[in-house]
Design a protein around this ligand. Structure first.
Ligand SMILES: *[C@@H]1O[C@H](CO)[C@@H](O)[C@H](O)[C@H]1NC(C)=O
Ligand SMILES: *[C@@H]1O[C@H](CO)[C@@H](O)[C@H](O)[C@H]1NC(C)=O
Ligand SMILES: *[C@@H]1O[C@H](CO)[C@@H](O)[C@H](O)[C@H]1NC(C)=O
Ligand SMILES: *[C@@H]1O[C@H](CO)[C@@H](O)[C@H](O)[C@H]1NC(C)=O
Ligand SMILES: *[C@@H]1O[C@H](CO)[C@@H](O)[C@H](O)[C@H]1NC(C)=O
Ligand SMILES: *[C@@H]1O[C@H](CO)[C@@H](O)[C@H](O)[C@H]1NC(C)=O
Length: 253
């Protein structure tokens, strides 16, 4: 007993002398489930989330972006999931109209078309941009690069100029071809199916977008204060500057 304790202490102190005594990968995983053309998502990405690259919060984050809108699943018949797109004030200032993408995901077998669901002839802009952003993430693994592109598109979206998304590649000096090739291929559909499935299987389920999940726990309504939650969840020894200055504004524990 005593020798075991001694051995443990010795081992730990030996490690302290040689390698830093912290687990190398203590990054916190932050997943953002969002819809590219939702006002609240675009605003969150541009005004709140982008700050993690200005300060050093990104150094402790594994940021996962999941552009699929609200995946919709009929719980009583779970064979189909949809990429649900809210048409908001970018198009129709006061409309609460929701439409569904014509990307219908066959999760199990035959797709069913719910009677009340209107399937448009052409992919609406939101679905196009979700697919495009999914391709950007797939093609440009570097989070600095794909986030820069997504930031640029969301910035244009806020200004109602999302149709100019192609300009983001040139203004950022990012190659357009790989992402567009993915976008025009069946890879885009596969990526969106995967994102739709992930969104649909969230537990607890997604209630609105933007939906932030921190290490499997949803942040919920307080998403704008995500930095405080990230710092709190982080167990590493090297505390980033961002966590030294952040003030938790959590409403409840
Ligand atoms: C889900 O599917 C069932 C059976 O197909 C249907 O009766 C029900 O109305 C659907 N629910 C919604 C919310 O669409
Ligand atoms: C839903 O999916 C689960 C898991 O695949 C399956 O066991 C269940 O029977 C399905 N329910 C319906 C109503 O199809
Ligand atoms: C559920 O979906 C399957 C596959 O399309 C269909 O055969 C079945 O009738 C549906 N069940 C109900 C209760 O609507
Ligand atoms: C599609 O995905 C596969 C597998 O990830 C990859 O090898 C291929 O290059 C992709 N094609 C395009 C056009 O992005
Ligand atoms: C790929 O998609 C873009 C944007 O819709 C289009 O301009 C381009 O012509 C497409 N390329 C191919 C090879 O289909
Ligand atoms: C959907 O996600 C669930 C759980 O995340 C996974 O088990 C399942 O294999 C996925 N299905 C497809 C078709 O990707």
């Amino acid at each position: 007993m005593a020798s075991a304790l001694f051995f443990t202490c010795l081992t730990c102190s030996m490690f302290l002398l040689t390698i830093p005594c912290y687990v190398a990968n203590q990054k916190v995983t932050l997943s953002l489930y969002y819809d590219s053309l939702s006002t609240s998502c675009a605003t969150f990405i541009v005004k709140n989330l982008a700050k993690i690259f200005d300060d050093d919060l990104i150094t402790i984050l594994n940021l996962r972006l999941v552009p699929c809108g609200d995946a919709y699943a009929n719980k009583s018949n779970n064979s189909t999931a949809f990429c649900q797109v809210y048409i908001n004030h970018f198009f129709l200032p006061t409309s609460l109209v929701q439409i569904f993408c014509n990307i219908i995901y066959e999760i199990i077998s035959d797709a069913i078309v719910l009677p009340s669901v209107q399937i448009p002839q052409h992919k609406p802009d939101g679905c196009k941009l979700d697919s495009l952003e999914a391709c950007a993430i797939d093609v440009m693994h570097d989070v600095n690069k794909h986030f820069a592109l997504i930031y640029c598109i969301e910035f244009l979206a806020i200004e109602g100029r999302h149709k100019e998304w192609e300009t983001c590649f040139s203004s950022l000096g990012l190659p357009k071809k790989p992402t567009l090739n993915c976008y025009n291929s069946s890879n885009a559909t596969k990526l969106e199916q995967n994102y739709g499935n992930q969104t649909m299987h969230l537990n607890p389920p997604l209630k609105f977008v933007p939906w932030l999940v921190l290490n499997d726990q949803p942040i919920g309504n307080d998403y704008e204060n995500f930095a405080g939650y990230v710092c709190k969840a982080y167990k590493g020894n090297i505390v980033p500057m961002a966590c030294q200055s952040v003030h938790l504004k959590q409403k409840t524990e």
